[in-house]
Unconditional design. Structure first.
Length: 122
């Protein structure tokens, strides 16, 4: 690194190693959320989808959450009026299957945990 390159330092922080996804009541229509998973069993290879919550409905007494892939949402593809050339890229979760949904701070926390796993620290 040469003298002209700036270095940014983040304030040190505690990292919660527990999986702590959002609860159904934390979600808001129009909010941006992340579905986080891992491609391996050692938590070294994260898999991430960025989504926008577009609708909450009820089916058989259970809340159902409809998310649209953020790239489609921010491209202006309406989730309920997509034509044959516009794929809305929708994901549906019921109240009991939100165990992989995080907000930005939550997914950042999980990426820090992943980094610690990759370094062999945990």
């Amino acid at each position: 690194m040469n003298e002209d390159e700036a270095v940014m330092l983040f304030k040190s922080r505690d990292v919660n190693p527990n999986w702590d996804p959002l609860e159904a009541d934390d979600l808001r229509v129009g909010g941006v959320y992340f579905s986080l998973g891992f491609a391996d069993n050692s938590f070294h290879v994260p898999s991430l989808d960025t989504m926008v919550l577009v609708e909450v409905s009820e089916r058989n007494g259970t809340r159902v959450f409809l998310f649209q892939l953020a790239t489609a949402y921010f491209s202006g593809i309406s989730y309920d009026a997509a034509g044959e050339h516009e794929v809305p890229m929708l994901f549906e979760y019921d109240e009991d299957s939100l165990n992989s949904i995080f907000d930005f701070d939550g997914v950042l926390e999980q990426f820090l945990v992943c980094a610690l796993h990759r370094q062999g620290a945990i």
